[in-house]
Each structure stands twice: as structure tokens, then as C-alpha cells.
Design a protein around this ligand. Structure first.
Ligand code: CAA
Length: 283
């Protein structure tokens, strides 16, 4: 199947990053969210980032205009009817995602592939909300999407070879390196990364070291581009907590228990960069 139109559900930082990458790669993109204001913010952010690429000489002015012309906004899920591929990128809530998959299954054409950008929820579970489980797959992008080279693809129990091929081809056309995981909690990357971030929060909560020293430890000792607490802020502390909850619940292993400080931060609405404050403050 050739993918030409991609419908993206959710215009937050992941959805808008995926949209930017897809329009730059030549796809027609329809970006859906619940409110006009969210769509406007996403479009403005994409335009700003493309302008920056033009200023840096990495993108031609005409190409920028052509890319932006390939982006449409939508407040109506029914606009997914002609899409070849849908990528769902809403909050990490199984019930909300499940409801969206159910609706999309009724709206989308028979051959359309339904993908989720989930970082932790079972693809097999999401697929169970549809009558096309063989056409449901995980396409997990990394933040910031235009910069990060990885696309982690997850096969649900029923995902077909054909669907896997579509996801791999789209990923490669977006300039991503693709890796494939079975539908196991945390898949590959978050099973490795998030317990490390959670442990950094334990170090802080226990008063073992300052946040600056915890971050410097991994930046200068392990060559990470940013420290774990700064990265947790970038990812979003609510997202990190949601992933840790899934790992803890699904494996039933105490090594995945979310740090109490992480819970407190989320309860206080300090979700990281997107709310202006997490472990650090942002303008
Ligand atoms: N959108 C688009 N481009 C961005 C960007 C954004 N939000 N943030 C930075 N960039 C670009 C900059 O424009 C710059 O581009 P050029 O090289 O072309 O000039 C480049 O990225 C580097 O940016 P900066 O010089 O401003 O800053 P930096 O060198 O410190 O890099 C970073 C910033 C790319 C975020 C880097 O610190 C990094 O790679 N951090 C780790 C990110 C990471 O691990 N992400 C994965 C998170 S896990 C996840 O997302 C999955 C999950 O399920 C939780």
C-alpha cells in the first residue's frame, strides 16, 4: 500500500513534531485536535521551526512554503476517512486511546493502517478495539521528533507483515532509523531509559546529590546529551509516570516502582518543560 495522506490525532509536542517531519518528507498531513487554539499553536510552532531551518540555510524558502501547504488542521475525526495511515498521539491513557481507535476503525477506509505513538500501552490491547487488528501497529517517535533519528515500531500479537512493511517504509521515508519490538511493556527504549530516569529522581528525593550534579554525572560521565532530570522535564513528568505505572503494573516487579517525588511533581502540575516548571524552570 502506498501512503500519501497521514492523519495525526493529537497536536501536542509529539503530534506536531510528527506532522512537521511528515510534511517535510512530502506527505499530505491532516493534524487533528479538539480545539482550534491547540491547532493554531501547533501550526505556529511548526512554521517557527521551519523558518529557523530556512535561516540556517538547511531548507529553501520555497520548500518551506510547499511543506506548510501540505499541512491541514481538523477538529473532526471524520476527516480521517481518506487517510492511508493514521498516527494517534494523544495522552498516555488506555481508555482514551482505545475509544479513539474504536472510532477510527468505523471512519477509516478498509485498507488504512492505524498506528499509535504510545510509549507504553499494549498495541494488542489498542488493536482489540478495532475489527482490523492486523492493521494496527505501534509507531513510537522520540522527542524532539524532527531531531531524533529513531522510530521504534511495535508489532501487536495480530499485526501483519504487510502492516509492518508500511510502518518501516514510512519511517525510512521520514529519515528515521527503524527498530522493531514485540508488544512487551516499555518496548525496547522505555524499558531501558525510564527506569534510569526514575532512579535519578530517587537520587534527588533521597538527597544523595543536587539535581545539577545528578545531571552532570550522566552528561560528563556517560556522554548523554542532557542529564536524566532535564530529559525527564523534556519528555514530560506525566508521560514518564504513566510509563513507569505501566511497567510496574504489567511486570509486577518492584524494580519499576515510580518514585514518590515523581508522583508529587505530577500532582503539583509541575510536568516539565511544557508547563514551564519541572525539576528546572523554563521561560
Ligand atoms: N524541535 C525541532 N528541533 C529542535 C528542537 C525541537 N523541539 N529542539 C532542538 N532542536 C534542534 C535545534 O534546532 C538544533 O538544530 P541544528 O543542529 O540544525 O542547529 C539541534 O536540535 C540541537 O539543538 P540545540 O543546539 O538547541 O541544543 P542541544 O545541542 O542541547 O540539543 C536536544 C537539544 C536535541 C534536545 C539534545 O539535548 C538531545 O538530543 N537530548 C536528548 C533527547 C532525548 O533523549 N530524547 C528522547 C526522549 S525519550 C522519548 O521521547 C520517548 C518516550 O516515550 C518518553
Amino acid at each position: 500500500m502506498t501512503v500519501e495522506i497521514i492523519f495525526i490525532v493529537g497536536a501536542g509536542q509529539m503530534g506536531s513534531g510528527i506532522a512537521q517531519t511528515a510534511i517535510q518528507a512530502g506527505y499530505q498531513v491532516i493534524l487533528y485536535d479538539l480545539e482550534e487554539g491547540i491547532l493554531e499553536k501547533a501550526r505556529a510552532g511548526i512554521a517557527k521551526r521551519l523558518n529557523r531551518l530556512v535561516e540556517k540555510g538547511k531548507l529553501g524558502g520555497e520548500e518551506k512554503e510547499k511543506s506548510l501547504a501540505r499541512l491541514a488542521g481538523s477538529l473532526d475525526l471524520n476527516d480521517a476517512r481518506d487517510a492511508d495511515l493514521v498516527i494517534e498521539a494523544v495522552i498516555e491513557d488506555e481508555a482514551i486511546k482505545g475509544e479513539i481507535f474504536k472510532k477510527l476503525d468505523g471512519i477509516c477506509k478498509g485498507e488504512a493502517v492505524l498506528a499509535s505513538n504510545t510509549s507504553s500501552i499494549s498495541i494488542t490491547q489498542l488493536a482489540a478495539n478495532t475489527k482490523r487488528p492486523e492493521q494496527v501497529i505501534g509507531m513510537h517517535f522520540f522527542n524532539p521528533v524532527p531531531v531524533m533519528k529513531l522510530l521504534e515500531i511495535t508489532r501487536g500479537l495480530n499485526t501483519s507483515e504487510e502492516t509492518l512493511k508500511v510502518a518501516q517504509e514510512v519511517g525510512q521515508s521520514l529519515g528515521k532509523v527503524t527498530i522493531v519490538s514485540k508488544d512487551s511493556p516499555g518496548f525496547i527504549v522505555n524499558r531501558l531509559l525510564d527506569p534510569m530516569l526514575n532512579e535519578a529522581i530517587y537520587l534527588l528525593d533521597e538527597g544523595v546529590a543536587s539535581k545539577e550534579d545528578i545531571d552532570s554525572g550522566m552528561v560528563y560521565g556517560c556522554n548523554h546529551p542532557m542529564g536524566p532530570l532535564a530529559l525527564a522535564d523534556l519528555i514530560g513528568l506525566d508521560v514518564l509516570l504513566a510509563v513507569m505505572e505501566v511497567l510496574y503494573r504489567e511486570y509486577g516487579d518492584p524494580k519499576y516502582r515510580p518514585c514518590p517525588l515523581l508522583r508529587r511533581m505530577v500532582r503539583a502540575g509541575k510536568l516539565g518543560k511544557k508547563t514551564g516548571e519541572g525539576f528546572y524552570k523554563y521561560d
